[in-house]
Design a protein around this ligand. Sequence first.
Ligand SMILES: Cc1cc2nc3c(=O)[nH]c(=O)nc-3n(C[C@H](O)[C@H](O)[C@H](O)COP(=O)(O)OP(=O)(O)OC[C@H]3O[C@@H](n4cnc5c(N)ncnc54)[C@H](O)[C@@H]3O)c2cc1C
Length: 469
Amino acid sequence: MVNEFGRKHRIAVLGGGPGGYEAALAGAQLGAEVTLVERRGVGGSAVLTDVVPSKTLIATAEVATQVRGAYDLGIRIASAQGARVAVEGQVTVDLGVVNERLLRLAAAQSADMTAELEHAGVTIIRGEGRLDGPERLVVGDTEIDADTIVIATGARPRELASARPDGERILTWTQLYGLAELPEHLIVVGSGVTGAEFASAYRALGAEVTLVSSRERVLPGEDVDAALVLEDVFARTGLRVLSKSRADRVERVGDGVRVTLADGRTVEGSHCLMAVGSIPNTQGIGLEEAGVLLADSGHIRVNRVAGTSVPSIYAAGDCSDFLPLASVASMQGRTAVFHAMGDVVSPTELRNVTSNIFTFPEIATVGWQQPQVEDGTVRGVIFKLPLEPNARAKMLGIEHGFVKLFATTTTRQVLGGVVVAPKASELILPISIAVEHRLTADELSRAFSVYPSLSGAITDAARAMHIVR
Ligand SMILES: Cc1cc2nc3c(=O)[nH]c(=O)nc-3n(C[C@H](O)[C@H](O)[C@H](O)COP(=O)(O)OP(=O)(O)OC[C@H]3O[C@@H](n4cnc5c(N)ncnc54)[C@H](O)[C@@H]3O)c2cc1C
């Protein structure tokens, strides 16, 4: 398809994670000539080190938890000789096999995505790229001139000088998958989403785990009730949380690690995972020289259609100052290209982003949350329904969790929600649809949910918010 100037629109994409991948596919779909530059592998950190490997590990940990809990449901496992070998609590995990599998899955996912791009006609150039002004990328000696450039270079783990990862005992999450054996005692520094997810998974796999949190509660910034449920589960499963404990220094001692806290206490373990945030890959790639404005944090400043301060340059994903989620990166990548090529585009509404924390139980959220209802940012009411009375929850042996809905005071239009449950990531969608399409609680409750089902708790909660007129 040619543009109004009689030739194909040329799009150059830097980075092949979800942001760059979706931008490239959208460009090809709209008939542009698309070139994508990637230095490591299509799928980016999301597929190779972050989302896919971590969620595969967590899926495995979930199975380990279920097998462990199977005893309570009356299940006994027999050995080849017929003896009942499984007794309560006995599950061992071969981490070498687990890690080999998850890396294989990640590589396969990357290969599938590469094939998809090639099939769509996208030219892939492997190498380290940079901007050369507002309309050109360079990779070695290759110059790629473009009408539109999408920067999607992602982010990398933040490293602290006082806790340098060595890839053996002090690790970032990208180095965890090299472990052949389950750590005897994993110390996780950082109780945000990444720290909480890995701590929960490794505990479920059978490692002793200590989570060092500088804050009073794990998951600062998330729903307080959800964080409390998680802390309760952590305590019951023997995962030790050191709250209000800032890690000052992490060092190797013999075959293990020592974490020194700001108040002088020390914690010793076999391994330490540093989960203290990410920094954007925006340095040394010609952004400032091309006139692209960066935030103080180094993130590229973007508007709701992923546009930067330079009209020909867009930015998608973790390198931008939007939410660091793969789903958001993909949405930004698509939006950028649709906007650049004059197609219909809906500006990304950050408030409507659905996100999930893959702990046990999972915590999924969407829309306005309790603090904004309580501080009056939005005028709304809150309703929380525990999962305990839900018939399906009982059958599945689920003891923890709830559905919480926020709706406007006057018309009960659904403003947001929280689901804390196994597979909350799958259960939250009806609430996301209600938020996106401004449904009322009554409208949400009129949809049939299956009986018995966990999603029935969502329609039950919505029903409870009905106003008698
Ligand atoms: C442990 C962990 C778990 C996560 N789990 C989830 C989850 O469950 N769900 C979710 O939505 N999000 C999750 N995230 C967040 C998610 O990984 C990121 O939001 C997502 O990867 C961002 O995609 P992106 O396209 O911006 O960048 P990336 O996926 O980081 O890809 C960027 C790519 O750009 C390449 N690149 C960088 N610079 C250059 C250059 N100069 N030249 C060539 N190539 C370059 C890199 O090699 C990389 O491949 C998780 C993050 C972490 C750390």
